[in-house]
Design a protein around this ligand. Structure first.
Ligand SMILES: NC(=O)c1ccc[n+]([C@@H]2O[C@H](COP(=O)([O-])OP(=O)(O)OC[C@H]3O[C@@H](n4cnc5c(N)ncnc54)[C@H](O)[C@@H]3O)[C@@H](O)[C@H]2O)c1
Length: 264
């Protein structure tokens, strides 16, 4: 039980990576607040955790709204007595290049992906300090490390999360609070599955990942559990890439024939 007696919040916990992480946190002994803007989704995940003998509650939250995040943390503390792990995972993507993206859409992506991490830290860290420390985990993306086309706001927001993670970790390391991010490759969650319905997209994606398949939400949850737990006690300020070899692979693929001819 890697998270025995720990109290955690997972935002975006109603679906995909957040749902898998909430369930895994509970399996490892944590009490989990499943937080999502879609309350029904959060309730379904919390119910499945409780049905399996875990401890979870569902809370509706808009991670881009200060009052909403502040109230999320307050309810968690009232219900479970504190907070040890804050997983700022909720995020969104609205496509567009710098010319055609609407200003309102830029603002929305930055608010849901970046302001959320600021607010999650702002209200979670003081509660963690009361318990002598804690772990903040942020979901960034490999899109924050290179220039994906047609998603300028998403790329900028995830790059911001990576450096916000470093800055937050620096401020609070000496107080026992670790702050790390996870940068997933393409993970088979509902929005990604919808994207894969477009002809040709799946083939490009499979080729891009050296491992030859998309990632599963549980494979990100495995990393989140490790970052939440004391097993990663000397890790802070890092952005851990979990991408099936996507970044490692050159777009050229194999430079030579895959069956090299050895001449004597
Ligand atoms: N799936 C991937 O390939 C992939 C890759 C890299 C990064 N990510 C990141 O992983 C995170 C989770 O994405 P996912 O793929 O599991 O998607 P998902 O749609 O399955 O889950 C995201 C959840 O966030 C919730 N959410 C959206 N806006 C919110 C808000 N304002 N307040 C509270 N909750 C809100 C949604 O309701 C949803 O349940 C996101 O930050 C995403 O950018 C995903």
């Amino acid at each position: 039980m890697l998270l025995k007696d720990k109290i955690s919040i997972v935002t975006g916990g109603g679906s995909g990576i957040g749902a898998a992480s909430a369930k895994r946190f509970a399996d490892e002994g944590a009490a989990v607040v499943v937080a999502d803007i879609r309350k029904r989704k959060a309730e379904e995940v919390a119910a499945s955790i409780n049905d399996n003998g875990g401890h979870a509650i569902a809370i509706e939250v808009d991670v881009s709204d200060s009052d909403s995040v502040s109230s999320l943390i307050r309810v968690c503390v009232e219900e479970y007595g504190g907070l040890d792990v804050m997983y700022n995972n909720a995020g969104t993507l609205l496509p567009g290049n710098v010319v055609d993206l609407e200003v309102a859409d830029w603002d929305l992506v930055m608010a849901v992906n970046v302001r959320s991490v600021f607010l999650g830290g702002k209200f979670a860290v003081p509660e963690m300090l009361k318990r002598g420390g804690g772990s903040v985990i942020n979901t960034a993306s490999i899109s924050g490390m290179h220039g994906d086309g047609s998603s300028v706001s998403y790329a900028a927001s995830k790059a911001a999360v990576i450096n916000l993670t470093r800055a937050m970790s620096t401020d609070h390391a000496s107080q026992g609070i670790r702050v790390n991010a996870i940068c997933p490759g393409t993970i088979e969650t509902p929005p990604v599955s919808r994207m894969m319905e477009n002809p040709g997209v799946l083939e490009v994606q499979l080729n891009a990942h050296a491992i030859g398949r998309l990632g599963q939400p549980e494979e990100i949850a495995n990393t989140a559990v490790w970052l939440a737990s004391d097993e990663s006690s000397f890790v802070t300020g890092e952005s851990i890439v979990v991408d099936g070899g996507l970044r490692a692979r050159s777009p050229l693929g194999h430079l030579s024939d895959p069956r090299p001819v050895h001449k004597r």
